[in-house]
Design a protein. Structure first.
Lengths: 338, 232
């Protein structure tokens, strides 16, 4: 039976679709009339923006799948048991656990959020989130491949793993000292605090329905910030020449800061960033290590994803620790190598 | 005002993205964005997004919550990459992108590090870049004065090339276009001809040392279509 509500809804939906399609058509005509689609900087933006989104969204989905599995299928008693462990044990175990979760940084954020929300000590959750994009077999393997031709595969892998782990422990210890409620940001724009539409998952509803609800809540919440970060990273890549930072290469301190800035702007996947880092031949090795450690911890897309997950003070605190710690570690690495 | 259910919007977006990724693979457009080593990510994405989309379809009848205006704004972000490609079709990285992505001033093979090539691989831009760093490197990959080579690339931007010459450029990707690295080789053309930037050319000739770098002494230059996979 067709209800009165359905009869009034149809024209409204049709009107909205009509307006949306007309707006898109007008945009296409405007871009063509102005010849904007022929401009290389516009094309570069389109390619880099789409590339980051297409490459990273499957990893966000993978992270959301793991997070939903942790939420729905891992019993409460497991988290209760983990929560009773001393922080001194949880923290290093979580950081080292990154080795068993070989996805890039986009996947680790929703997993860390879910772990903290379920009772893992915030220090351990944050340490896992920072360590897993650096200290995982795929990332370390690609680092070794990129630098082995220069005879520096072992040194760079060891430097990246060690500095990444230490940074994860340091950030986890410093930031995670606060309780989960002070750390995690509630999702006030959605149904529950965790963003899950519970109308589908009332008591007695099957677990796979709850799994689907958690999966979509995490994916769509994180994904939008990934796309926002990808857009800004692409716009900066298309407008700012990399050789602007080339002048800093002669000073180890400025070289490291410059490549950390490049890593923040570029928003590269940690599984491929070593191939880019190795191309900065004019820069000291320590600054290349800074690029490899800082990028997976903080870049444009992560900035927005962290902002969506944690309170603002967490993001500020993370940057306040990661920048000087990475800088000092990179300089120390330079001294050791020389 | 009546708005659609959240799960309906979620299912639509997940299936749209699954279709988008499938279209990228089937049409071959994926090569403009993703490197050959990580094509599996797009394939995984297409399959996983399809499954996730159907998981939301299954929730439509049992879920009642309707999407708010604020949520719609956030969810609209997921349309942005698709809309960008509709508005700017056939976008690609060209000579200006190569200049933007070069970490040194001049986009030159000699100024860049290139990983040591695998044995038996056909000599291309990265191998020439590696060889161009020193004669020892060149000997290591078996490139000597007069080494015959055929390269396909586009005409890049250059300020220091003598009349009649140009730089031939090609990007290498590892993960996606965001990490693309430009490789360029200077071409010494037999007859001066002003090729517009971004023209795709197949250049045959031999590699010779000039001013401390390997230069391609062209014997035959032919304009070609952009390859399906523009990256190496």
């Amino acid at each position: 039976m067709i209800t009165a509500e359905a009869l009034t809804l149809r024209p409204r939906i049709s009107l909205r679709w009509g307006i949306s399609i007309a707006t898109l058509a007008a945009l296409i005509v405007l871009v063509r009339l102005l010849g904007l689609e022929q401009q290389q900087s516009i094309q570069m933006f389109a390619v880099v923006f789409t590339a980051i989104a297409v490459e990273a969204l499957p990893f966000v989905l993978l992270g959301a799948i793991v997070a939903a599995l942790l939420e729905v299928y891992v019993p409460e008693r497991v988290y209760a048991r983990v929560a009773r462990l001393p922080v001194g044990l949880q923290l290093p175990a979580a950081a080292l656990g990154g080795f068993a979760f070989p996805v890039c940084e986009c996947g680790s954020v929703p997993v860390a959020r879910r772990l903290i929300a379920r009772g893992m000590h915030p220090s351990a959750g944050v340490a896992f989130m920072i360590a897993s994009p650096i200290f995982n077999p795929i990332v370390l393997g690609s680092t070794w491949i990129a630098y082995s031709a220069r005879g520096l595969g072992v040194e760079m892998v060891a430097g990246r793993a060690a500095l990444g782990l230490l940074l994860a422990l340091m950030v986890g210890w410093a930031i995670g000292a606060e309780g989960a409620h002070d750390l995690l940001r509630s999702r006030s724009d959605q149904a529950g605090d965790d963003g899950v539409d519970r109308s589908c998952c009332a008591a007695g509803v099957s677990k796979w329905r709850a799994f689907g609800a958690h999966l979509s809540a995490d994916f769509f919440y994180m994904g939008r910030f990934l796309i926002l970060g990808a857009g800004i990273a692409a716009a900066l890549q298309a407008s700012v020449p990399q050789n602007l930072v080339a002048g800093a290469a002669s000073s180890p301190v400025f070289a490291s800061l410059a490549l950390m800035a490049v890593a923040f702007v570029s928003s590269l996947c940690s599984e491929a960033d070593a191939f880019v880092a190795v191309s900065f031949t004019a820069f000291p090795l320590g600054s290349q290590l800074a690029f490899l450690v800082f990028g997976p911890v903080l870049d444009f897309k992560l900035f927005f994803m962290y902002g969506a997950t944690f309170e603002r003070k967490v993001v500020v605190g993370l940057a306040a620790i990661a920048i000087p710690f990475t800088l000092v570690g990179a300089l120390w690495f330079e001294v050791v190598l020389s | 005002m009546i708005r659609p259910k959240v799960v309906t919007v979620h299912a639509s977006l997940l299936l749209l993205w699954a279709g988008f990724m499938a279209w990228l693979i089937i049409s071959g457009e994926v090569y403009q964005f993703i490197g050959p080593r990580t094509l599996w990510v797009v394939l995984f994405g297409a399959v996983a997004l399809t499954l996730a989309g159907f998981s939301q379809v299954a929730l439509i009848n049992s879920s009642q919550r309707r999407v708010s205006a604020k949520e719609l704004g956030g969810l609209a972000a997921f349309l942005a990459p698709v809309v960008v490609l509709v508005v700017i079709p056939g976008a690609g990285l060209g000579s200006q992108a190569a200049a933007r992505k070069a970490s040194g001033g001049q986009v030159s093979a000699a100024g860049r590090f290139a990983p040591m090539p695998r044995p038996g691989v056909e000599v291309s831009f990265p191998e020439i870049a590696y060889a161009s760093n020193s004669e020892a490197n060149a000997a290591r990959v078996g490139i000597a004065d007069g080494y015959p080579v055929k390269l396909v690339g586009f005409v890049g931007q250059s300020e220091e090339i003598p009349d009649g010459g140009f730089v031939l450029t090609r990007f290498a990707t590892f993960c996606c276009a965001a990490d693309a690295i430009p490789y360029s080789v200077t071409v010494d053309a037999p007859t001066p001809e002003d090729y517009p930037e971004d023209t795709w050319l197949a250049v045959s000739g031999s590699l010779v040392w000039q001013n401390g770098e390997l230069v391609l002494l062209a014997e035959d230059i032919e304009e070609v279509e952009e390859p399906k996979n523009p990256y190496i």
